[in-house]
Design a protein around this ligand. Structure first.
Ligand code: SF4
Ligand code: SF4
Length: 278
């Protein structure tokens, strides 16, 4: 039976797609962004056991060479995240589609759909496809929040059961994208084009980071791309905030409102009719 490695499930979210949604975050990512805000989602736990003795609430134990998390004891103090040197967390759990559906059914009357996010959710596409299929059966919408690194053109089953996707395009310049994430951006751009063509692209997002990225170039090129594809596609410009970032790797000041407004105006001038700042 297919299982997903789940970082956490947020029963209600109003920032992960339209309306009120259950957000499901999967563990594991193939990007290693310098400004990653959730570095504990990047790797799978290697069961080194280092975090066990640091848990102040006896919620971790070491059994048969594996770290076991006790949900009842956990107070979500995040001490284990601070200790882990592996960009992981011991609270990620393997869940079947049935188990995730059980969580969704608890809140079904209050949500319009689910969003599967990460980490990078398409790395577990078999699980996500099976989950989306079940969620469609109960009349909810299915959204994907992805870094766009896996060719969605080839994920035909996943696309069939997915309503729409939100894709990060972190840099238009491939060299800069590679420097930032450790991966090229060609597939990301191809995915954006493909999703737009099949009317399943809900949003493109770019984080604005003053000291790291060529933000004006990126917004200029990405907004021109969106305007060519469909000017109504939402383009979200995200103000970099240094919270939760691995400061040993990177630190930047936050862009000010003036910069954000200039970038908003640039995207608008280039033809995007649905630009938002957050
Ligand atoms: S968050 Fe981690 S350290 Fe804190 S109680 Fe839970 S398992 Fe223990
Ligand atoms: S969460 Fe991190 S510190 Fe804890 S066992 Fe896994 S890899 Fe080791």
């Amino acid at each position: 039976m297919v299982k997903g490695l789940i970082n956490r499930i947020l029963p209600f979210s109003s920032v992960d797609g339209p309306g009120n949604r259950t957000a499901i975050f999967l563990q594991g990512c193939n990007f290693n962004c310098l400004y990653c805000h959730n570095p504990e989602t990047i790797n799978k736990c290697n069961n080194c056991g280092r975090c066990v003795e640091h848990c102040p609430y006896n919620a971790l134990s070491y059994v048969d060479n594996r770290v076991v998390w006790n949900r009842e004891n956990c107070r979500y103090c995040d001490k284990c995240l601070e200790i882990c040197g592996n960009n992981s967390l011991p609270r990620a759990v393997n869940m079947t589609v049935d188990e995730v559906m059980k969580e969704i059914m608890k809140v079904k009357p209050f949500i319009s759909g689910i969003t599967v996010s990460g980490g990078e959710c398409t790395l577990q596409s078999i699980f996500v496809t099976a989950l989306f299929k079940r969620v469609k059966d109960i009349g909810l919408t299915t959204f994907l929040d992805t870094n766009g690194s896996i060719s969605l053109y080839e994920e035909k089953e996943l696309i069939k059961y997915m309503d729409m996707a939100m894709v990060d395009l972190k840099s238009y310049d491939n060299k800069e994208h590679n420097f930032l994430t450790g991966m090229d951006n060609e597939i990301v751009i191809e995915n954006i084009k493909h999703l737009s063509k099949i009317n399943k692209l809900y949003e493109v997002r770019t984080v604005i980071v003053p000291e790291l990225l060529n933000n004006y170039y990126n917004v200029d090129m990405i907004s021109k791309l969106i305007a060519r594809l469909d000017p109504k596609i939402r383009y979200k410009l995200i103000k970099y905030r240094p919270m939760g970032v691995r400061t040993e790797l990177f630190y930047s000041y936050q862009p000010n409102d003036e910069t954000m407004n200039e970038l908003h105006n640039l995207a608008h001038k280039n033809g995007c009719t649905n630009v938002i700042l957050v």
